[in-house]
Design a protein around this ligand. Structure first.
Ligand SMILES: [Zn+2]
Length: 84
């Protein structure tokens, strides 16, 4: 049976679960009852990864910004909000 990976949109709780093809997809997060997003087994496309990286680079302001100028245009288009 295939293993499905889910991630919660609300609390970022992520987990894998083995389901048969006939089982219906999970939609509710077991942690916070939020909305789940089904992911695929492959780690080829992980949008959450880039978001985490952006947060990380924001913390260490100045040290990693110049490392990859053209790698993430989305990050450049979404500047960190001024003091929030
Ligand atoms: Zn959750």
């Amino acid at each position: 049976m295939p293993t499905y990976a889910y991630a919660c949109k609300d609390c970022d709780h992520a987990f894998d679960i083995v389901q048969s093809f006939s089982d219906s997809s999970l939609t509710e997060c077991p942690e916070c009852k939020g909305s789940l997003r089904k992911k695929f087994n492959s780690v080829g496309v992980v949008f959450k990864g880039s978001g985490f990286y952006r947060t990380d680079s924001r913390d260490s302001k100045g040290s990693t910004v110049s490392a990859a100028p053209a790698a993430s245009p989305a990050a450049a288009a979404a500047p960190a909000p001024a003091a929030s």
